[in-house]
Ligand binder design. Structure first.
Ligand code: FAD
Length: 464
C-alpha cells in the first residue's frame, strides 16, 4: 500500500493528516466496552479524506483500489462497537461534507449520506409536516448514512420496528470500490445487502427514507416503586393501540436517581421510571392510563417552564444508548449489554437472577408486529469472564444477547454469515479494501463461531 501515491491522486479533495486530528476521527464510542477499549485503543488511520460529491468519492475509491489503501467510511462516529475504526490504518472517508437534503415528498425524503438526522426532520417538518419514522438517540449528531450502515432502530421503533424491516429504507445509492467505481441504485430487498454492513461492501452516498406524520411530542417520566410494575406498565402502553407514542422505556432504580443528573429533582429515592414520548392528541389518555396503572407522573414537558425546558435534555437523550452514556459519565466502570427478552417473565427472571449487578433498562419495540422487550441493561463490570457468564445466564434462560463487546458484524448480532452481504462484497469490493476486519466471513470463511473464541483480526495493526 502506498498512502503517499494514493494521496497524490486526490487533487483538491480536502485531506487532514495532523496525527492528533486523524486519531480523533479514527474513533467512535468503542470505549463503552472495556473489552473493545483494550483491543482498539491504538487504532488510527493515516489521513482523513472528506469528499464533497459522488464524483469525488469515486476518485478516492479508485485511487484506494489502485494503491491498496484501506478505506473506512465515517459519519459522525457515534457507533459503539468500533465499527468506524480503521483496523488496518489507511484512510478515513469522512462523509459529513455531503449533507444535503435532496428531495422531499409528502411521504418520503432523499438525502446525501452525511445529512444529520435532526436537520432532515427540520426540513421535512417545514416542507410537508413529516418526520423520520424512527431515529437513534444520537439524533442531533448522527448521519443518515451512518445510521443505515451501523444502526438498527431507536426512538419510534415502538411503532415502526427497525431498519432491517422491509419498507424502512426505500432506496440507497452506493458507490463500489473497483478500478472504475460504479454508482448503484439499490431498491427493495437489494437494500439489505448494504444496510447494517458497517460500510464493508460499498459507500452509501444517498438514502431515501419514508416519513411519518410529525407531532410535537410530549416527554413524560412516570415513576413506580417497583421495577416490574414499571415494566408491565411499559408493555401495556406499547400495546395500547389508541395511545400514539414514540418512545417507551422502563429504567430500573437506581438508574434514574443515580445517573439522570439533570432530572434528579423530579425523581424520588428508589424509584424506577418509564420514559415516554406521546403525541399531544394522546396526552390526556396517557395521563388517565398512568393513574389507572398507579404510576406517578413525575415530569411532563408540556407543563414545564421555559427555564426547565432549556435546562433539561429531551427524554430520548435519557434513552437507548444515552442511558449507558449517562451512567458512564457518573461511574466509568459501568458497561452494558444488548439483549432481547421474549416475554415479561423472561425480564423478571433475569432481574431476579442478576439484581443490581445488571441495572435493567429496556426499550419497548415492535418486531414483526409483536411488542418486545429490547434490553440495553447496564452492567457493573468486574471481569471479562463474569461478563461472559452474564451472557450465558441470559442464553440459558432463553434470552438473546447481541454482544456489543465485539467489533465484527457476525459476532455482534447474527452469529452466522450473511450470505447476501458477503456476495455483494465480492462484487463491490473485490480487493477487500472497505473497512477491513469487520466481516469475518470475508477474512476467514472457516472461523468456527461455536468454538467459544472471539474473532481477532490478523491485521489489527496499521499497515505501513
Ligand atoms: P458512524 O459511527 O460514523 O458509522 C457507523 C458505521 O457505518 C461504521 O461502520 C461506518 O464505517 C459506517 N458508515 C458510516 N457512514 C457510511 C456511509 N456513508 N456508507 C457506508 N458506511 C458508512 N444506534 C441505534 O441504532 N439506535 C440508537 O438509539 C442508538 N443510540 C445511541 C446512543 C449513543 C449515546 C451512542 C454513542 C450510540 C448510539 N447508537 C444507536 C449507535 C449510533 O449512534 C447509531 O448507529 C448512529 O446512527 C451512527 O451514525 P453515525 O453517523 O455516527 O455513524
Amino acid at each position: 500500500m502506498s498512502i503517499s501515491a494514493f494521496r497524490a491522486e486526490l487533487g483538491d479533495i480536502p485531506q487532514e493528516d495532523n496525527p492528533r486530528l486523524v486519531q480523533q476521527r479514527s474513533r467512535d464510542h468503542y470505549w463503552y466496552s472495556p473489552i473493545l477499549k483494550a483491543k482498539l485503543d491504538h487504532v488510527t488511520a493515516e489521513v482523513v479524506v472528506s469528499p464533497r460529491s459522488n464524483d469525488e468519492v469515486k476518485t478516492v475509491l479508485a485511487a484506494a483500489f489502485r494503491h491498496g489503501v484501506a478505506i473506512t467510511p465515517r459519519g459522525a462516529g457515534t457507533g459503539n462497537y468500533g465499527q468506524a475504526m480503521p483496523l488496518s490504518g489507511g484512510a478515513m472517508l469522512n462523509l459529513m461534507n455531503m449533507d444535503k437534503v435532496l428531495d422531499i415528498k409528502p411521504d418520503r425524503v432523499r438525502a446525501q449520506a452525511g445529512a444529520v438526522l435532526e436537520e432532515m426532520d427540520h426540513q421535512t417538518r417545514a416542507a410537508v409536516h413529516g418526520e423520520l419514522r424512527f431515529h437513534p438517540s444520537t439524533y442531533r449528531m448522527a448521519s443518515i448514512g451512518g445510521f443505515i450502515a451501523g444502526g438498527s432502530g431507536g426512538v419510534g421503533s415502538v411503532r415502526w420496528g427497525g431498519l432491517r424491516n422491509l419498507g424502512s429504507i426505500l432506496g440507497l445509492k452506493v458507490i463500489t470500490c473497483e478500478a472504475e467505481p460504479r454508482e448503484l441504485d439499490l431498491e427493495g430487498e437489494d437494500i439489505l445487502k448494504v444496510a447494517h454492513a458497517y460500510g464493508t461492501n460499498g459507500i452509501i452516498v444517498e438514502a431515501e427514507m419514508p416519513l411519518a406524520p410529525a407531532h410535537d411530542w410530549i416527554d413524560m417520566i412516570v415513576g413506580f416503586d417497583d421495577f416490574m410494575a414499571a415494566a408491565r406498565f411499559a408493555e401495556a402502553v406499547a400495546l395500547q393501540d389508541g395511545l400514539l407514542v414514540k418512545e417507551v422505556a422502563p429504567c430500573a432504580a437506581p438508574i434514574p436517581e443515580a445517573y439522570f443528573n439533570r432530572h434528579k429533582p423530579y425523581i424520588k429515592a428508589g424509584q424506577s421510571v418509564v420514559l415516554i414520548m406521546v403525541a399531544p392528541v394522546s396526552a390526556a389518555a396517557m395521563t388517565l392510563f398512568t393513574s389507572h396503572s398507579r404510576g406517578e407522573m413525575l415530569y411532563r414537558s408540556d407543563r414545564a417552564s421555559e427555564e426547565e425546558l432549556k435546562r433539561l435534555p429531551p427524554v430520548y437523550e435519557l434513552a437507548w444508548n444515552h442511558t449507558t452514556l449517562r451512567a458512564l459519565k457518573v461511574d466509568p466502570s459501568i458497561t452494558y449489554l444488548q439483549t432481547r427478552y421474549p416475554t415479561i417473565d423472561h425480564v423478571e427472571k433475569i432481574v431476579s437472577l442478576l439484581g443490581d449487578e445488571l441495572p435493567m433498562h429496556i426499550e419497548m419495540t415492535r418486531q414483526d408486529g409483536i411488542v418486545t422487550f429490547a434490553g440495553l441493561p447496564l452492567v457493573r463490570y468486574t471481569t471479562e469472564a463474569r461478563l461472559e457468564e452474564i451472557i450465558r445466564i441470559h442464553e440459558d434462560n432463553g434470552c438473546n444477547v447481541f454482544n456489543p463487546h465485539r467489533y465484527t458484524l457476525e459476532e455482534g448480532g447474527m452469529k452466522r454469515t450473511d450470505q447476501k452481504q458477503l456476495d455483494f462484497k465480492r462484487e463491490a469490493d473485490p480487493r477487500g479494501i472497505l473497512n477491513p476486519g469487520k466481516m469475518v466471513a470475508w477474512e476467514n470463511p472457516d472461523f468456527d463461531f461455536k468454538a467459544g473464541k472471539a474473532w481477532l483480526f490478523d491485521g489489527l495493526n496499521p499497515v505501513h
